[in-house]
Ligand binder design. Structure first.
Ligand code: SAM
Ligand code: SF4
Length: 330
């Protein structure tokens, strides 16, 4: 799949549910309304759709959400998609999770062929964790991370940089990750969903400043690697670990974008920062041969936009994109 700007689309992120057992303040409101079950693709349909993308050239799949590991019978989907790893049609199957179910599923994930997991953890302070996630259980997540490591999964910690909330902890997070053999990625708060613009402006903490703070304590060496996404990586010489910086607002990464995002209702977003989308559920259900849905996917890739235009500033008081991160999974 090659888009109009010559970019090869080889990475699909799939939000398998919009539901979650946490209510992180930057992601969801406390009284979220979730989609009716009837709108959501069955696991068999998600499997079929992912299979079609793989046949069209997707080499890397990430399951996300909402919280992917709270969807009932989700291990069936991991096992099914894991078959494509065995045949060599897929290079990598990964998951982004809040970690709450990892103690239960880490071994099964490894058996299905998953080798890397991203776990979101913004703080090492249990009280702060409670404030940020509202419903999260810190100990459960820490146990989940330990279980993932014990099962042989490489863990990458995702931490959203939040001014006035975890800005005093970034060095501790880097130390802790170094000690435990985890990489860490800092993410800038993105303007998505309706979470109260005043709150968002107050939390926004540019990663250029985060990096400057880290450099006071650590020796950071730029790494060349690119994943086709918005992350830039450095090595921490003291720990040997890696730090990623995801800076959707202060860095232009769109030229190398290799990814598209599928929601649990079968809507394909060609760009995280734009509203244009394609409905794949109707063509998927239209016939059993996959020809119709294949044509719909290719037509959508033709519409992949050149880039996004996120902005958080005082002139633009509205979210650039109306949907919540839990819809497309970040
Ligand atoms: N529930 C899983 C988790 O928390 O890892 C997967 C879905 S979550 C939407 C994916 C990532 O998006 C998490 O790392 C989360 O911190 C991040 N995220 C959510 N809302 C965000 C926002 N407004 N700005 C930046 N990152 C956000
Ligand atoms: Fe749930 Fe992840 Fe959103 Fe937190 S960031 S509310 S864990 S989907």
């Amino acid at each position: 799949m090659i888009d109009p700007f010559g970019r090869t689309v080889s990475y699909l992120r799939v939000s398998v549910t919009d539901r979650c057992d946490f209510r992180c303040s930057y992601c969801m409101s406390e009284d979220m309304h979730f989609l009716p079950k009837s709108d959501i693709l069955s696991l068999e349909e998600l499997n079929r759709l992912c299979g079609t993308f793989i046949k069209l050239g997707v080499r890397k799949l990430r399951l996300t959400g909402g919280e992917p590991l709270v969807r009932r019978n989700i291990m069936w989907l991991f096992r099914s998609l894991g078959e494509y790893l065995k045949t060599g049609e897929l290079d990598e199957l990964t998951v982004t999770t809040n970690g709450s179910q990892l103690a239960k599923y880490a071994e099964e994930l490894f058996e299905a062929g998953v080798r890397r997991v991203n776990v979101s953890l913004d703080t090492l302070d249990p009280d702060k964790f409670q404030t940020i996630t509202r419903w999260g259980k810190f100990d459960q997540v820490m146990k989940g991370i330990a279980a993932a490591k014990a099962a042989g999964l490489k863990v990458k910690i995702n931490a959203v940089a939040l001014k006035g909330i975890n800005d005093d902890e970034i060095n501790d997070l880097v130390s802790w990750c170094g000690e435990n053999g985890h990489d860490i990625t800092f993410i800038e708060v993105m303007p998505m969903g309706e979470m109260g613009e005043a709150a968002r402006l107050n939390q926004y903490w540019p990663l250029s400043i985060v990096r400057g703070e880290l450099q006071k304590r650590w020796t950071l060496t730029d790494l060349d690697e690119s994943t086709g996404g918005p992350a830039r990586y450095v090595r921490v010489e003291e720990t040997g670990g890696k730090i990623g910086f995801i800076t959707p607002m202060t860095h232009n990464f769109c030229e190398s974008c290799n990814r598209v995002r599928l929601t649990c209702t079968g809507t394909l977003y060609m760009c995280l920062g734009q509203d244009d989308a394609a409905d794949l559920r109707t063509p998927l259900r239209a016939d059993d041969t996959d020809a119709t849905v294949k044509a719909a996917i290719l037509e959508a890739i033709e519409r992949k936009p050149m880039g996004h235009d996120f902005i958080i500033d005082r002139r633009s008081q509205k979210a650039a994109v109306g949907r919540h991160m839990s819809v497309t999974g970040g």
